[in-house]
Design a protein around this ligand. Structure first.
Ligand SMILES: [Zn+2]
Ligand SMILES: [Zn+2]
Length: 411
C-alpha cells in the first residue's frame, strides 16, 4: 500500500514534494524554496513532555518570588513577574498589561499544557486533539517569553547608571522557563500529531511530485497542512475553511500596513516613558531613549533599540508592501527573484514580534523604578500606539499568502 503521508505540499511555494523517509534528528526541506517540510526528533513525545513540564515548574517557581531588584541611593525595590503586570494595571495601562499577561504568561502556559496533553500516554479523542492543535497553531505566533527576557536584560543596561541592580534565584528560574519553553517548542511536531489524527492526503487522484498544487487542482489546508481537492472548502481533518489562494487577503495586508504607517507617527511623536526625578517629570520618545543610550556610551543597547523599535517596523511595512506588489503585480518572476522574496518574507515573519522588546523594557523599568524617594518611572501614551503598530504589522504579515510569490514563476 502506498503511504499517502509521504506526499506534502510546500506551504511557501505550493510545490508537491514526495518526502523521503526522514531519519531521526534530520529534516526534509522543499527543493524549490528550502522551506522546512518535515523533521524527526528523537523521542518527540518524551522530550516534549519533559521540557514542557520543566518550563511550567520553572515559571510557577519564578512567579511567586522577587526576581529582579534595584537599589537607588539606599532605597531597595524588588519586583516579582506579577508585579510588572499589577504596576501596568494600576497605572491605567491596561492594554499593555493585557499584552504582557497574554503574550508572556497565558499563551505560553496554554501551549505548554497543550503539548503535555497531546504527548501524554493517555490518548485523547481525535476531536479533542484537533481542537487543541488548532488552538496551538493560532497561539504560537503570539508567545513571546524570550522577547520579554531580552527586554529585562536591555532594561538592566538602561538602569545601570541609576542604581545597583540585583537578580535572585527566581530570575534564574525565569531564564530556565524560557530555555525549556523554547526546547519544548523545537521538539514538538504538530505534523506528527495531525498525522496521528488522520491521513494528510484527501486528493481524489494520483499526485505528481515536482508539480505545483494549483496545476493539479489540489490545495494545502492552511491550518493542518493536509492535501485537499482545490474545490473542498472545509478540510475533513481540521474542519477549517480555506481557498487555493488567499488573493483577497492582499487588500487586507495593504490596509493593515497603511493603518500601521499612520499609527507609527504618534508612536514616535509621543513619549513612551515618563521619568520623575525630585518631583520634575520629563517624557522621552523612542528616539530620545536611543540618543540617551548612545550618549551614555551604551552603543550596543542603543543599536538594539534603534533596530527593534525604529528600523524594523519601517522595514516591515516597506518589505510587505514590496512583497504584495511582487506577488500580484510583477510580470518577470524568475526562480532567483522568488527565492529572494521568499527569504524576505521569512525574515519579516521572524523579526516581527521582536519589535515588542521596547514595550517590555518600559514595563520592566516602570515596575522596578517605583516608590523611590528620588525618582520614579511611568509608561507614557506613546507605548500604546507603538504596541498597536507592532500587533497590526504582525497581523498584516500573517494575512499575506507566500504562495502568491511563486505563482506564474518562469522556470
Ligand atoms: Zn517550497
Ligand atoms: Zn486542515
Amino acid at each position: 500500500m502506498i503511504d499517502t503521508n509521504l506526499y506534502t505540499l510546500c506551504s511557501d511555494c505550493d510545490l508537491l514534494v514526495q518526502l523521503p523517509a526522514v531519519d531521526i534528528e534530520h529534516k526534509a526541506v522543499c527543493p524549490r524554496c528550502h522551506n522546512l517540510l518535515n523533521k524527526k526528533n528523537r523521542n518527540m513525545r518524551l522530550n516534549t513532555t519533559i521540557y514542557a513540564l520543566c518550563a511550567l515548574i520553572m515559571l510557577f517557581t519564578a512567579s511567586g518570588f522577587i526576581f529582579i531588584d534595584i537599589t537607588i541611593l539606599g532605597n531597595f525595590n524588588g519586583v516579582t513577574v506579577l508585579d510588572v503586570l499589577t504596576t501596568l494595571y494600576r497605572d491605567d495601562y491596561r492594554f499593555i498589561a493585557l499584552i504582557f499577561l497574554l503574550f508572556v504568561l497565558i499563551f505560553p502556559i496554554f501551549n505548554l499544557t497543550i503539548m503535555l496533553l497531546l504527548c501524554a500516554k493517555r490518548s485523547l479523542s481525535r476531536y479533542r486533539k484537533r481542537d487543541l492543535l488548532i488552538i496551538y497553531e493560532k497561539l504560537i505566533h503570539w508567545c513571546m517569553p524570550e522577547i520579554f527576557l531580552t527586554g529585562i536584560l536591555v532594561s538592566f543596561v538602561k538602569l545601570m547608571s541609576y542604581g545597583q541592580i540585583g537578580i535572585t534565584t527566581a530570575f534564574i528560574a525565569f531564564c530556565l522557563f524560557v530555555f525549556f519553553y523554547l526546547k519544548a517548542v523545537l521538539s514538538f511536531s504538530t505534523k506528527a500529531c495531525w498525522d496521528s489524527i488522520a491521513t494528510n492526503n484527501f486528493a481524489h487522484k494520483p499526485l505528481i511530485a515536482g508539480e505545483t498544487g494549483i496545476n493539479q487542482d489540489i490545495r494545502l489546508c492552511d491550518c493542518c497542512h493536509a492535501i485537499l481537492p482545490a474545490k473542498t472548502v472545509h478540510c475533513p481533518r481540521c474542519k477549517q475553511s480555506g481557498k487555493p489562494r488567499n488573493r483577497d487577503k492582499i487588500q487586507w495586508t495593504l490596509a493593515l500596513l497603511a493603518t500601521s504607517l499612520i499609527i507609527y507617527i504618534p508612536a514616535n511623536l509621543f513619549g513612551i516613558m515618563i521619568t520623575v526625578i525630585l518631583g520634575s517629570a520629563s517624557s522621552a520618545t523612542i528616539l530620545d531613549g536611543v540618543i540617551y543610550m548612545w550618549q551614555a556610551g551604551d552603543i550596543p543597547v542603543a543599536l538594539v533599540i534603534l533596530t527593534a523599535s525604529i528600523i524594523i517596523p519601517i522595514l516591515k511595512i516597506v518589505s510587505l508592501s514590496g512583497l504584495c506588489y511582487f506577488a500580484i503585480g510583477s510580470r518577470h518572476k524568475s526562480i532567483h527573484n522568488c527565492l529572494n522574496m521568499n527569504r524576505l518574507y521569512k525574515v519579516v515573519e521572524f523579526i516581527g514580534k521582536w519589535s515588542m522588546i521596547d514595550i517590555f523594557v518600559v514595563s520592566v523599568i516602570s515596575a522596578l523604578v517605583r516608590n523611590q524617594q528620588m525618582m520614579a518611572i511611568y509608561p507614557d501614551i506613546g507605548i500604546i500606539f507603538f504596541a498597536i503598530v507592532v500587533i497590526v504589522t504582525m497581523i498584516a504579515s500573517h494575512q499575506f499568502d507566500p504562495r502568491l510569490i511563486w505563482d506564474r514563476v518562469k522556470n
